[in-house]
Write a protein that binds this ligand. Structure first.
Ligand SMILES: Cc1cc2nc3c(=O)[nH]c(=O)nc-3n(C[C@H](O)[C@H](O)[C@H](O)COP(=O)(O)OP(=O)(O)OC[C@H]3O[C@@H](n4cnc5c(N)ncnc54)[C@H](O)[C@@H]3O)c2cc1C
Length: 463
């Protein structure tokens, strides 16, 4: 039998890669892992974590305003961007340290280097030009920002990567994109006092989320002062004489802003990885093609997370990594389960969602019952804020199973996590009806919507 340097070599030290390497090493396997930038990957270094810290920071402006209705007089407030960046950087560095420590404590060998495939068992460590061999290989290189090469002035724009390190907070920003990253950053910058415009080529922000929530969030963001331009894209960005940016749009608008941020999705990080040397197949987007067990077309090479371009979320990458470890090292072949994945958009107000949107459910089931409540959260009776909250359950009429649950409002992400357990367990609307409310909460609406708001038959809403 060939003796390899490692039982398992992981390329990419992000959410999926670190988890797989750490757990495999803790099982006594000889594990190597290479990361070209910083351990923790997108989520920890320039994704979920720093973003959520920014989201918290951006909430305070409304908190200060809302306090007045409860009798508080808050003195003049001042926001300091440099303090936020420094504190965020410290926290990210702390987490990165924990990731490294977890790997080394488990016995994995850490390479601070880019790695590329030489063939199906050999990997080149680029920093030292060393070649190592491994029995099994995991590709966990994630994704990278999708840039628009054709855009004139592309080099003057930033992506979310740079947004985490801007030297100064811009006075105004134009964000291109309609996905959750674009929407979240629009809310972050607006909350921090930046004049914010969102531009999106589609008809409505947040494609694939429930339409009622998309429309209401859109309206609420506009009411707060965020300008949203749909059906429109940026066609040109030019540096103007006053060092600002002149932006031309496909709708013939000319905007002058301090910063332009492109958030047009993320693409698999596979170029230059040597996949062709090992014979690993990719699809037309460059994503590594895998089967239900995350195995590529090459028997000993697996891939997890964003590089497979299926569901680009941290918990999904981690789950897939755990499945690979079960399959390879615990003699327990395990498929990834991508059903009923809860997710959140950390906008203001927030979206929390699990299961099918009304439109997606209508395509799948003949008849739906939809239970929906739109109300003003109790807190806003005194804060005076006019913002509305939505709770919505989509039920398959045939068996009463709740196939989708959607919330727009404070803490919606937290609620979605708990709802996901109920929906994953296959709860019916009768289970929701039998459940006692927690009073007074906003979440109690989820168990007190007794009558359907409407039905959907053959894709059409009926009373
Ligand atoms: C702004 C932003 C906000 C996000 N917010 C959320 C959120 O709120 N919730 C959520 O669930 N998800 C969020 N995500 C998505 C989440 O970050 C990803 O889905 C997740 O990180 C994917 O994990 P991964 O292991 O596949 O890849 P990554 O975490 O991207 O890790 C891949 C790693 O591989 C390294 N690498 C690449 N090529 C090589 C190579 N050849 N050699 C060595 N190393 C290499 C990269 O440097 C990177 O560190 C967000 C993403 C972004 C960009």
């Amino acid at each position: 039998m060939t003796e390899f340097d490692y039982d398992f070599f992981v390329i990419g030290g992000g959410s999926g890669g670190v988890r797989a390497a750490r757990v495999a090493a803790s099982l006594g396997k000889r594990v190597g892992i290479a990361e070209e930038y910083r351990y923790g990957g997108t989520c920890v270094i320039r994704g979920c974590v720093p973003k959520k810290l920014f989201v918290y920071a951006s909430h305070f402006s409304e908190e200060f305003e809302d306090a007045a209705g409860f009798g508080w007089r808050v003195g003049e407030s001042h926001f300091d961007w440099q303090t936020l960046i420094a504190n965020k950087d410290r926290e990210v560095a702390r987490l990165e340290g924990l990731y490294r420590k977890g790997l080394s404590n488990a016995g994995a060998e850490i390479f601070d280097s880019r790695a590329e495939l030489v063939d199906e068992h050999r990997i080149r460590i680029i920093s030292s030009n060393q070649i190592v061999t491994a029995d099994k290989i995991l590709i966990a290189v994630g994704g990278r920002v999708n840039s628009v090469d054709k855009l004139e002035g592309q080099e003057l724009t930033i992506s979310s990567n740079e947004a985490f390190h801007l030297e100064n907070l811009p006075k105004s920003i134009l964000i291109a994109g309609g996905g959750y990253i674009a929407v979240e950053f629009a809310n972050i910058f607006h909350g921090l006092g930046v004049e914010t415009t969102l531009i999106y080529r589609g008809p409505e922000i947040l494609k694939n989320f429930d339409m009622d929530l998309r429309r209401t969030l859109h309206r609420t963001m506009e009411e707060k002062g965020i300008r949203i331009l749909c059906h429109e894209v940026i066609t040109k960005v030019v540096r103007s004489a006053d060092a600002r940016l002149d932006v031309t749009t496909s709708g013939g608008k000319n905007l002058k802003v301090d910063q332009v941020m492109m958030a047009l999705g993320r693409i698999p990080n596979t170029s230059g990885l040597g996949l062709e040397n090992a014979g690993v197949g990719t699809n037309e987007n460059g994503a590594v093609v895998v089967d239900d067990y995350m195995r590529t077309n090459v028997e000993n090479i697996f891939a997890v997370g964003d590089v497979t371009d299926r569901i680009q979320l941290t918990p999904v990458a981690i789950h897939e990594a755990m499945c690979v470890v079960e399959t390879l090292f615990k003699d327990n072949p395990t498929k990834a389960d991508h059903e009923m994945i809860a997710t959140a958009v950390f906008s203001q107000p927030e979206i929390g969602t699990v299961g099918l949107s009304e439109d997606a459910a209508a395509r799948k089931y003949d008849e739906l019952e939809v239970y929906s409540a739109t109300f003003r959260p109790m807190r806003h009776t005194l804060s005076g804020r006019q913002e509305k909250m939505i709770t919505k359950l989509v039920v398959n009429a045939a068996d009463r199973r709740v196939v989708g649950a959607h919330i727009l409002g404070p803490d919606a992400g937290e609620m979605a996590q708990l709802l996901a357990i109920a929906l994953k367990a296959g709860c019916t609307k009768d289970d929701f009806d039998r459940t006692m409310a927690v009073h007074p909460t906003a979440a109690e609406e989820l168990v007190t919507m007794y009558q359907p708001s409407f039905r959907v038959k053959d894709g059409v809403r009926v009373e």
